[in-house]
Design a protein around this ligand. Structure first.
Ligand SMILES: *[C@@H]1O[C@H](CO)[C@@H](O)[C@H](O)[C@H]1NC(C)=O
Ligand SMILES: *[C@@H]1O[C@H](CO)[C@@H](O)[C@H](O)[C@H]1NC(C)=O
Ligand SMILES: *[C@@H]1O[C@H](CO)[C@@H](O)[C@H](O)[C@H]1NC(C)=O
Length: 478
């Protein structure tokens, strides 16, 4: 009898351990352990994930990315891509661990949590837990302000290694990790991005650098270097900060350093830097990226990780939803064929975003009335007024064959008068379009699908069904 019970008990234990989902523990995962977590989650959720590597570090470690979405192989028109990158500085690894917990949270709550379900049904979320796996391996737990492991194995700071809009190419040779990320974002059109760092508690937004002839030593300390999308960037930074447990309070990490009002800052207003990743994303990849500094101590002891997850979880989740905002659409010709490489500019915001191979464009905007300026080689240019409300406005655009003389889009990137204007093609040294090559890692471009957006839920219904999960909840902290 008792042995029968024991057998029953044992076999249910075995059964339980077989079916139980992976629990990511709150430790720092070395590279092989991190790889295992990613592989296990990928095995456990094959219909929701795709694990891929965008390249290798100097020492040959894979730069893993996990794509999380409903049906990763299915790419409905206009389903937006968003990315999180962490651990670009190897000695700032809190984000690296939070990304693993985020993966587990998204995957284990799909189908039960309505916000997570909505997110994964309608968004392609790419997560790179470590952009600098070599640096991480030599960094020291408990080291709050050191630099060991900050750079990659060639001791190059990857957040100074991107081509710079104001200053030109990086002085240091482009590192394999930087190159891999540049190639990745050239192939996949990301709409929104977050880059996790440590050493402060603030959400920082472009520009990080300042115009070249604005004398670094004489400029007023703390003056911002604003993009034409400053309102959008401020908003995005506030979404993170206001949904974080205490970032919005303006925590000072060091005695004597001034607090950040609202827990946000323009990058250059804090300190300017050359070759940063967020400026690159905005200028050359049509992607709105902000930098999230999430821990005063760069490499805090691992027993604090549960607290970091609790503090950041809501902010991390809410920020992902912000991609569903602004104006999206498809640019086509009068025969209904998509037009790739068309420039879609918002009047007054000189940075032109390009359409993908399927003619798609996305612009994250705050509610308001805007004029879209659409230009493509061989077609008449068009100006279209759009009204953006909370959420996404779909604005498809049909261009007619050119009647007049075509002029190359002027000011495709704003020419700051008197400042060197670096054209992307000079920078990139590559003949490929900055966008498009859509999508990617199977080297197989799917045929555009006709008139299908989000097959599972109709667009309007989708957004109206969201009242219990407002995309932005300013009142969350009372
Ligand atoms: C703080 O955020 C609020 C809400 O967006 C905004 O009205 C205010 O101007 C912000 N303050 C600063 C100093 O950025
Ligand atoms: C895309 O358009 C730009 C002009 O806006 C042009 O210079 C470039 O060559 C085009 N690229 C491709 C791949 O067609
Ligand atoms: C825009 O185009 C998409 C894809 O072609 C289509 O599904 C959608 O119904 C169109 N939306 C509007 C408002 O015309």
């Amino acid at each position: 009898m008792s042995s029968a019970i024991a057998t029953l008990f044992l076999s249910s234990l075995v059964l339980f351990s077989v079916v139980s989902a992976l629990e990511v523990d709150f430790t720092y995962h070395r590279f092989p352990q991190m790889t295992n977590v990613l592989r296990q989650l990928n095995r456990e959720y094959p219909e929701m994930t795709k694990l891929y590597s965008v390249g290798k570090s100097v020492q040959g470690r894979d730069l893993w990315v996990m794509l999380v979405t409903r049906d990763p192989d299915d790419e409905p028109l206009l389903k937006p891509n968003i990315k999180y990158i962490a651990n670009m500085h190897g000695n700032e690894p809190v984000g690296r661990e939070l990304m693993l917990h985020l993966l587990q949270h998204l995957l284990s709550n799909y189908g039960s949590d309505s916000y997570v379900t909505w997110l994964l049904d309608n968004t392609r979320i790419h997560i790179m837990p470590s952009m600098n796996p070599d640096g991480f391996e030599v960094a020291q737990e408990g080291e709050c302000s050191g630099v060991q492991g900050r750079g990659n194995a060639n001791n190059v700071d990857l957040n100074r290694n991107f081509p710079d809009y104001f200053a030109g190419p990086s002085k240091a040779p482009t590192q394999p990790e930087t190159r891999a990320v540049m190639d990745w974002i050239k192939k996949t059109q990301f709409v929104l991005s977050g880059n996790f760092h440590g050493g402060a508690l603030v959400a920082s937004y472009p520009f990080d650098n300042i115009p070249a002839n604005s004398p670094r030593n004489f400029r007023i300390v703390g003056s911002p270097s604003q993009t034409p999308d400053d309102d959008v960037f401020r908003h995005l930074a506030e979404v993170y900060s206001f949904n974080h447990k205490n970032m919005y309070v303006g925590v000072t990490c060091r005695d004597g350093s001034p607090p950040f009002p609202n827990g946000t800052t323009n990058g250059a207003a804090w300190y300017s830097l050359i070759g940063g990743m967020q400026d690159y994303n905005y200028v050359w990849a049509s992607c709105m990226e902000i930098t999230l500094e999430i821990s005063c101590c760069k490499y805090p002891r691992h027993h604090l990780l549960p607290q970091f997850w609790t503090d950041n979880k809501n902010a991390i989740l809410q920020y992902l939803g912000e991609v569903h905002r602004g104006v999206w659409g498809q640019v086509k010709d009068s025969n209904n064929n998509p037009i790739s490489n068309a420039t879609v500019k918002v009047m007054g915001r000189d940075f032109g975003f390009k359409t993908t191979d399927r003619g798609e464009y996305w612009r994250v905007l705050r509610p308001g009335t805007y004029t879209l300026q659409v230009e493509a080689r061989g077609y008449d240019s068009l100006e279209i007024p759009v009204k953006v409300t909370k959420g996404v406005t779909i604005q498809n655009i049909t261009l007619n064959p050119q009647t007049g003389t075509y002029h190359e889009p002027h000011n495709e990137q704003p020419a700051y008068q008197g400042y060197p204007s670096i054209s992307p093609s000079q920078q990139e040294n590559s003949g490929t379009s900055l966008r498009g090559l859509w999508p990617t890692y199977r080297n197989l471009l799917k045929q555009p699908k006709e008139a299908v957006i989000f097959p599972r839920l109709s667009y309007g219904v989708n957004y109206r069904q969201q009242p219990s999960h407002p995309l932005l909840n300013y009142n969350i902290h009372g």
